[in-house]
Design a protein. Structure first.
Length: 85
């Protein structure tokens, strides 16, 4: 989730809500699960950037936004009976 998808940003616009949000204050606020939208924040280390770039290229080729593409990959590989789960 980021600001453009946040109900507070879209509708309420309450600064106090932003001050308690991980996305607004990543070093001041502990990551937490938003009641409306659980999140997963991934950081790619130096040696992993090529993997990230491959995911971006694959999502672009599939014409799917990167978060949706990654979710689809995770779903596929976490299905019961998957050899990679």
């Amino acid at each position: 989730m980021s600001c453009e998808h946040c109900p507070n940003w879209i509708k309420d616009k309450k600064p106090a809500t932003c001050q308690t949000c991980f996305w607004c204050q990543p070093f001041a606020v502990r990551p937490h699960r938003h009641a409306e939208s659980p999140t997963l924040n991934l950081a790619w280390g130096d040696k992993e950037v090529a993997e990230y770039d491959r995911l971006v290229a694959l999502s672009n080729k599939a014409e799917v936004e990167l978060p949706d593409f990654v979710k689809a990959v995770l779903r596929k590989h976490s299905e019961p009976g998957s050899t990679r789960s």
